[in-house]
Write a protein of this length. Structure first.
Length: 500
């Protein structure tokens, strides 16, 4: 079978790109290594409950926001099981015992923080206005046409995110609080660009949402769009080799002996993983060297808890805890003896959610170096030493949870965890980099990868290209798809189909 498009990787990027192209009448085949499609949308069952692997909190689904409009265009928005949070977040600082409750919505966000820091009220408004202004410099974020010329940006666009906050806010405690979304983009002080900080913050300030029951159903809805438009999904089928002649791909070969051909191929996996599949010389050596030089984002240690029935109250928003002020940018570099210095936690909603929580997820930033000694091992075969280390890390986090909820140890029914090695092996991302390549305000060109490559019929998509996450990856999927359909072709269709 000759395909118009073969997509290597059935994660969020591959599925959104495939759905958009299939809707354009292209014959699409998505080839996914894992038995379960979805990448970061995958869910798993443990202790009688379902847990999501990555997409824990969502932005962009408020009516009229970008993800809402994309999903309406694809015809899946009404089938999505998601619910809005009752507020933006709550942040507890252990050093003074203060818990900050922060509201969603542009004006309410400012008002709620100004209630704690009245002397910063005017500065907060100016700061938030700047965040929204920076998003206006990214046309695709607002599903606007992108022009052919190179975009020019304001000086603040490529400032370091922490420096942007400091330019507006004098109170160091408030500076720290305004960086609370750091775990959602792997921010690094002095390096992460302000535009990344702005895009993520604006998404969630507008209003956060969460999946009900599981995130995997979004993957299946996207797969249905592909199949309903004549495409196919091959899961549990790894691409083991890519054939090429004169920097032109001719076929992909799979672990099940299939040889698939297409006019265009799209890599929706980590570029370095893709590079290893290509024949030597397909990509110039300088390009491969560049891919190896780009810094990676941090990884995470995640704890999965189930509660005894009717013991722990359901929390209808995402929460953050940290040991002290001034640590928001340091979670990934915390010495093992002091870890954790902060974490994000939440009680995922289930269908018919009532007053009691069924489960909790605690997400802690962690450097891959902590698991380096077991990097040669595979899942379920890492040894007793690794299991002891995991137990110690779990106990360290639960100890801090008891400072928030003194009775939580008695309320826990079962508990487990995943480490940076789990992320590496399930997401197939180097060193368990949770958000792929890191963006650097000092080297913006290094970490910018265009969707087009030096191979004339090979495109890229996914979280390593442009932006990561539940919003950034679908927006990149539009850019990748429009490399075939024509610039602004799809964004105009989305606007026409969803203008209210």
């Amino acid at each position: 079978m000759q395909n118009d498009v073969i997509i290597i990787g059935g994660g969020l990027g591959g599925l959104f790109t495939g759905a958009l192209l299939a809707r354009e009448g292209r014959s699409v085949t998505i080839v996914e290594k894992n038995a379960a499609i979805g990448g970061g949308l995958q869910s798993f069952h443990r202790f009688g409950s379902t847990f999501d692997t990555g997409m824990h909190t969502l932005g962009g689904f408020n009516h009229g926001d970008n993800l809402d409009r994309i999903c309406r265009y694809l015809g899946i928005r009404d089938q999505l099981h998601i619910k809005p949070d009752d507020c933006l977040t709550q942040i507890t600082n252990a050093s003074d015992g203060v818990t900050y409750h922060i509201e969603y919505g542009r004006e309410n966000f400012v008002k709620s923080l100004a209630g704690y820091f009245p002397h910063e009220a005017d500065n907060l408004k100016r700061y938030v206005d700047t965040l929204y202004r920076l998003t206006d410099e990214v046309p695709i974020f607002h599903l606007r046409d992108t022009e052919d010329y190179i975009l020019t940006h304001s000086p603040e666009f490529l400032m370091a995110a922490d420096e942007l906050i400091a330019a507006y806010i004098a109170d160091e405690r408030l500076r720290d609080l305004l960086a609370f979304m750091n775990p959602m983009y792997g921010g690094v002080a002095g390096h992460t660009p302000a535009y990344v900080h702005a895009l993520i913050n604006v998404l969630y300030i507008n209003r956060p949402f969460r999946f009900v029951d599981d995130s995997a159903h979004l993957a299946h809805l996207l797969a249905d769009v592909v199949k309903q438009n004549g495409g196919q999904i091959l899961s549990g089928e790894e691409v083991t080799q890519i054939e090429a002649e004169d920097r032109h791909l001719t076929a992909v070969c799979t672990s099940r002996g299939k040889r698939l051909t297409a006019n265009t191929y799209i890599g929706a996996i980590h570029p370095l993983t893709l590079c290893r599949m290509l024949p030597p010389g397909t990509w110039p050596p300088a390009y491969r060297k560049r891919l190896e030089q780009i810094a990676l984002t941090n990884s995470a240690f995640t704890i999965y808890i189930t509660f005894k029935p009717k013991t722990f109250p359901y929390i209808d928003h995402t929460c953050y805890w940290q040991a002290d002020y001034g640590l928001m940018w340091q979670h990934a570099t915390t010495p093992q003896s002091l870890w954790p210095q902060g974490f994000m936690y939440f009680t995922p909603p289930v269908k018919g959610q009532g007053q009691w929580a069924e489960k909790m997820v605690v997400n802690c930033v962690m450097d891959f170096k902590e698991t380096e000694k077991w990097s040669h091992t595979l899942t379920h075969h890492r040894g007793e030493d690794y299991e002891r280390w995991k137990t110690q890390r779990i106990e360290a986090v639960v100890e801090q949870l008891t400072r928030l909820y003194p009775n939580i140890k008695d309320q826990i029914a079962q508990i487990g965890a995943s480490s940076p090695l789990t992320i590496r092996d399930y997401y197939h991302t180097p060193r368990g980099a949770l958000f792929g390549y890191a963006k650097d305000c000092h080297q913006p060109a290094l970490s910018y990868l265009p969707v087009r490559t030096k191979v004339d019929n090979l495109l890229l998509t996914g979280q390593n290209i442009n932006l990561h996450g539940i919003c950034g990856v679908p927006l990149t999927a539009i850019v990748t798809a429009e490399a075939l359909t024509g610039r602004n072709h799809i964004v105009r269709k989305i606007r026409e189909a969803t203008d209210d």
